[in-house]
Design a protein around this ligand. Structure first.
Ligand code: MCA
Ligand code: AMP
Length: 470
């Protein structure tokens, strides 16, 4: 049955109801957001962008940026939001790969938003049509466009609104970037889907967030946010008086921080687990025990299994690869049939690349990842991408990039480098050589060694490096 994602995700809401409460004090009502997204829909149309076209968007978080996302949904256009930290070289790579009809930066967004011929029509799409494309490296190193369908977005929004009891009276503190599933879909869809208000912070400022908690009901964050809030002297039960829900995800929330937060505020954070390719998969319960260090139960429509290396099911308590099925699982990687095929088991289950175990009740605990992906502050860094840059330096014989535990960011990027014969490696030069990579990917520390630890097969032992550096 034809459906329009905007129509399905942002149901009719009393026009004057506040929607986006902005940093500077401005308020956009639901009618304002509807009008601006219709204006941007008109602007896209007049630039010849049609349903199914891809549009790359790299703009700072703003109300206009949110309206542009919704404008794309209205037109059936596939937005490709990019991290604002990506360098021009990285962006050029994505544009090359995606062949978008339009690349929107801030000047172009300003121009589009000034266009004043709204187009209110909502273009019908099939549930299986792509609604958005997000670059992610999945379980391997190379960035791929994950195609998420209209059904992926809509079904996950409904599941989360239900699981987390969203209602029109909610006020969501939105501190996440709007170029990832977490901030763009999970947070926005839950709030807009019920006509709730969104305190739209353009950056994460602990002072501003603590000040908002007294007049809000929900906060969604990554563990780094909670770590920084715990360092704020103003965080206590009184500051959270109106709050009903805190959620965490994108990276593991240390159990000690979950407990510390409960002690300080009286709130147990609901930790949940998801992935770009699958949307949100599991959540600790709204009612019932929220167990620190676990990511809870599969959402009602999600099937989850833990398998060993041969694909056999693991018994409860035994760790293995986490595989899933359900309406949130993506369509596949843009123009990468082999990578798409490799991401699924022969019987169609999606291989998350995460390692974990379930208990007798079906509650999932993650134990790590099968790959050596680094997650720093909720941003993914693929060691290979950084190693390729370092290995190209004349003074470097070889390198290994690992994630080393860090209280604030969870992990930080550390480069271990073996100098070429007779050469000297300067840490600053190594970091400077990464200038075409986004800053969050650049090594925070460079360690020079004579040789890398290897196993009998000659493979670099990253676990040994992490243990030695942690
Ligand atoms: C900023 N910097 C970082 C990171 N963020 N370095 C490493 N890792 C990071 N994540 C660096 C900047 O390059 C800069 O370095 C310095 O920190 C300060 O920059 P600033 O922008 O002020 O940073 P911040 O505001 O303190 O940012 C920290 C942050 C941010 C708020 C935690 O990283 C963030 O918003 N993370 C959330 C990511 C997220 O939403 N992930 C969801 C994806 P220099 O000083 O050298 O210039 S996962 C997902 O969507 C799935 C579905 C899921 O499960 O949710
Ligand atoms: P991304 O590919 O950016 O969507 O990141 C998804 C990955 O983040 C997952 O495959 C997990 O490894 C990790 N992740 C998300 N939520 C959690 C969580 N609550 N605990 C541990 N890891 C998580």
């Amino acid at each position: 049955m034809p459906v329009n994602a905007y129509d399905a995700l942002v149901p009719e809401t009393p026009a004057g109801r506040p929607c986006l409460l902005l940093d500077g004090g401005d308020v956009w009502s639901y009618a304002d957001l509807d009008d601006r997204s219709a204006a941007l829909a008109g602007a896209l149309h007049r630039r010849g962008v049609v349903a199914g076209d891809r549009v790359v968007v790299q703009v700072p978080k703003s109300a206009d940026a949110a309206a542009l996302y919704l404008a794309c949904l209205r037109r059936g256009v596939v937005p490709i939001p990019l991290n604002t930290a990506y360098t021009p070289v990285e962006v050029a790579g994505f544009v090359d790969d995606a062949r978008p009809a339009l690349v929107v930066d801030q000047p172009l967004l300003d121009e589009l938003a000034a266009d004043d011929e709204p187009l209110a029509e909502l273009v019908p799409r099939a549930g299986t049509d792509p609604a958005a494309m997000l670059y992610t490296s999945g379980t391997t190193g190379r960035s791929k466009g994950a195609l998420l369908s209209v059904r992926n977005l809509v079904s996950n929004a409904r599941a989360l609104i239900d699981a987390w009891r969203f209602e029109p009276g909610d006020v969501l503190v939105h501190v996440l970037p709007t170029f990832h599933v977490h901030g763009l879909f999970v947070a926005l869809h839950c709030a807009l889907g019920v006509g709730a208000a969104v305190r739209f912070h353009t950056r994460f400022d602990p002072d501003a967030v603590v000040a908002d908690l007294g007049r809000s009901t929900v906060l969604m964050g990554v563990p780094t946010h909670y770590h920084r809030l715990l360092a704020h002297p103003g965080l206590d039960a009184a500051a959270c008086a109106g709050m009903r829900l805190f959620t965490s995800g994108s990276a593991p929330l240390p159990a000690a921080e979950h407990e510390a937060f409960a002690e300080r505020t009286g709130h147990r954070i609901v930790e949940r687990y998801g992935m770009t390719e699958t949307m949100i998969l599991t959540s600790n319960p709204y009612d019932g025990d929220r167990v620190a260090g676990t990511v809870g139960f599969p959402l009602p429509s999600v099937e989850l299994r833990v398998v060993d290396d041969e694909g056999g099911r693991c018994a409860p308590g035994t760790a293995g690869g986490v595989e899933v099925r359900g309406p949130g699982v993506f369509l596949g990687y843009w123009e990468r049939p082999e990578a798409t095929a490799a991401a699924f088991a022969p019987d169609g289950w999606f291989r998350t690349g995460d390692v974990g175990h379930v208990d007798g009740q079906g509650r999932l605990t993650l134990a790590g990842r099968a790959s050596d992906l680094i997650i720093a502050g909720g941003y993914n860094v693929y060691p290979k991408e950084v190693e390729l840059v370092l290995d190209a330096l004349p003074e470097v014989a070889e390198s290994a990039v690992v994630g080393v535990p860090d209280a604030d960011l969870g992990e930080v990027v550390v480069a271990v480098v073996v100098p070429a014969p007779g050469a000297t490696v300067e840490a600053d030069a190594v970091v400077a050589a990464c200038g075409d990579l986004a800053r969050f990917k650049r090594p925070r520390r460079v360690v020079v060694v004579d040789e890398l630890p290897r196993n009998a097969m000659g493979k670099v032992q990253k676990a040994a490096l992490r243990a030695a550096l942690g």
